[in-house]
Design a protein around this ligand. Structure first.
Ligand SMILES: CC(C)(COP(=O)(O)OP(=O)(O)OC[C@H]1O[C@@H](n2cnc3c(N)ncnc32)[C@H](O)[C@@H]1OP(=O)(O)O)[C@@H](O)C(=O)NCCC(=O)NCCS
Length: 151
């Protein structure tokens, strides 16, 4: 246990807690079924931070294919935000990616998600593309952000 709680890889047994976290953090959360099914995909991995009471309070999920990684979701429960947990999970994923020789990490973020965009920018991501009105609930554009080993 350290300042970011217990960090470990998530498994299908964590799907319920992952879904609960999704509901607290996203307007279009992954359903329990989506959470469960994601663990069956070979390219999928997720890492979470747990409190001393074994409650999941932050997680990052990704796809890893060949020398590329896509970050799917990054979420921290509202009461634990601005304590560096999001940055910890993201930089850990980038460091591991670098160690295993990944060339490129990409993700998609809502145009108006200023908190997430500030975090990604401070970690070296840059905007590479825009998906017009990608998000069905708000009609927001999705921005495609990219991080490369030379970032
Ligand atoms: C985005 C999110 C994961 C950030 O997690 P967090 O643990 O609060 O982030 P951190 O404390 O590590 O902050 C890291 C940096 O991000 C930026 N940041 C985080 N929250 C911010 C906010 N509300 N406003 C502006 N910048 C913010 C800052 O640059 C911050 O660095 P600083 O604290 O040194 O200024 C969290 O706000 C969240 O879960 N949001 C809802 C889900 C979501 O939108 N996920 C991203 C989907 S792509």
């Amino acid at each position: 246990m350290h300042e970011h709680g217990l960090c470990r890889k998530l498994t299908a047994d964590d799907a319920m807690q992952m879904h609960a976290l999704e509901k607290l953090c996203f307007s279009l959360p992954w359903s329990l079924e989506q959470c469960r099914l994601s663990f069956m995909k070979p390219a999928f991995a997720a890492f979470g931070l747990f409190s001393a009471q074994h409650v999941l309070f932050a997680y990052l999920s990704l796809y890893h294919v060949a020398d590329e990684m896509e970050i799917l979701n990054l979420a921290v429960v509202p009461e634990k935000r601005r304590q560096g947990h999001g940055r910890f999970l993201l930089t850990t994923a980038l460091q591991v990616g670098q160690k295993i020789g990944l060339q490129k990490v990409w993700l998609e973020v809502r145009e108006h998600n200023s908190a997430a965009r500030a975090l990604y920018a401070s970690c070296g991501f840059r905007v590479e593309g825009r998906r017009k009105k990608y998000y069905t609930d708000t009609g927001e554009d999705g921005l495609v952000l990219v991080w490369t080993t030379s970032s």
